[in-house]
Design a protein around this ligand. Structure first.
Ligand code: PMP
Length: 379
């Protein structure tokens, strides 16, 4: 039984969410997938299912323990080796989720007196990592979205008052999850180098999608293997689950010893690893998948009059929460699984549809969506 003061409080909070039109609910998938992060259409590929089954038969359904106990199987090491080779780094460390990676690797690096600088539109997991670092005595600077002048001046101002041994970390999404726009990594790395700051990029929405070999935004922007910390996820384009940080051996060893989300959590299970290994193989071997996802997003953006972006995320800005929800519902009624995103996931007054494209979609489906959007947005 929930104690009655708790019951009262929870009910009041639920009513408040309802009255603001901000109650979240889980709606099962229905209609054409225009909102998942399955950019390469690999999630349901029978080859991933077979690789998962084979891994379970060979190594078990579960890992049984954390990596530092008995949880490591050969597939963890194979996957880390494949990811490091793909991303062009010396080493790689798996994490169980992207959320766990960001939320715990930031406080593992940034402590008392240090500074962490984060783009204003970074993912919630980076925000929480910064909060943890702040609780540990670090300075947190939020710089305006993509504004490297703001970042540079914050770094300089902080450095002027920081103790000599203090270190700085800069964190950014490579492609931003709710806007689909991209960071300028060469310019960002230049600012970081000038201020001796370590750069962490989150390639959750770019791994498998961008660059000559699908390795991500760093590869697409000519910085393959040159960013010190490249985090990414296995549950989006790669069709499986989990996350990784690609870096050098010194950083990997530090994270393995200090990132609490790595140390105190049961290792990724073998079927997930088997599917991820196959997902990486297919992402590299079948470039038509990323080409199609990006071409469809480009077509949709052009129809909406938006500038091109290197991503498969296309926001349709609406503004008011209720309007975004209504528009999503109308599209759902027509068989398009499009979802509204509202504050606090996005800033106040910027409710939107977050449309994603993927290799599983046909051109005709995007044309039909464009027609429907044209009709509904006119009203
Ligand atoms: N970073 C970004 C940019 C994301 O969009 C997400 C997932 N939505 C995450 C991290 C978290 O990854 P995971 O789903 O593996 O926890």
């Amino acid at each position: 039984m929930i104690p009655s003061p708790w019951q009262t409080r929870l009910q009041q909070q639920a009513e408040r969410r309802q009255s603001l039109g901000r109650n979240r609910d889980i709606r099962p998938p229905a209609g054409v997938d225009l909102c998942s992060n399955d950019y390469l259409g690999l999630r349901r590929d029978p080859r991933l299912a077979e690789a998962a089954a084979e891994a379970a038969r060979a190594h078990g359904a579960g890992a049984g323990a954390a990596r530092l106990l008995r949880g490591t199987c050969p597939l963890h090491e194979d996957l880390e080796a494949d990811l490091a080779a793909w991303k062009g780094t010396e080493a790689c460390l798996l994490f169980n989720t992207g959320f766990q990676a960001n939320a715990t690797l930031i406080p593992a690096l940034v402590g008392r007196g240090d500074g962490v600088f984060s783009d204003a539109l970074n993912h919630a997991s980076i925000v929480d990592g910064c909060r943890m670092a702040k609780a540990g005595g670090a300075h947190v600077g939020i710089f305006r979205h993509l504004d490297l002048g703001d970042l540079a001046s914050q770094l300089a101002a902080w450095r002027a008052g920081a103790p000599p041994q203090a270190q700085a970390l800069v964190a950014t999404d490579a492609v931003f999850s709710m806007d689909g726009d991209a960071a300028d990594l060469p310019a960002l790395l230049e600012v970081c180098d000038r201020h001796d700051a370590l750069l962490l990029i989150d390639e959750a929405h770019t791994t498998g999608l961008l660059g000559a070999d699908g390795a991500g935004l760093a590869q697409a922007q000519g910085l393959h293997g040159r960013i010190p910390l490249v985090m990414g996820t296995l549950g989006k384009a790669l069709g499986s689950f989990g996350a990784f940080v690609c870096c050098d051996r010194l950083l990997r060893d530090h994270l393995l010893n200090t990132a609490r989300g790595f140390i105190f959590s049961t290792a990724l299970p073998p079927p997930v690893l088997g599917a991820a290994l196959e997902g990486i193989r297919l992402a590299r071997a079948e470039p038509w998948r990323r080409q199609r996802a990006l071409a469809l997003a480009g077509r949709l953006r052009a129809a909406l009059g938006q500038p091109g972006q290197p991503s498969a995320i296309v926001p349709v800005f609406v503004g008011a929460d209720a309007d975004a929800v209504r528009l999503a519902a109308l599209l759902q009624d027509e068989g398009f699984d499009v979802r509204a995103v509202r504050p606090p996931t996005v800033p106040e007054g910027s409710a939107r549809l977050r449309i994603t494209t993927g290799a599983h979609l046909e051109e005709g489906q995007i044309e039909a969506l464009i027609q429907a959007l044209g009709r509904l947005l006119d009203h």
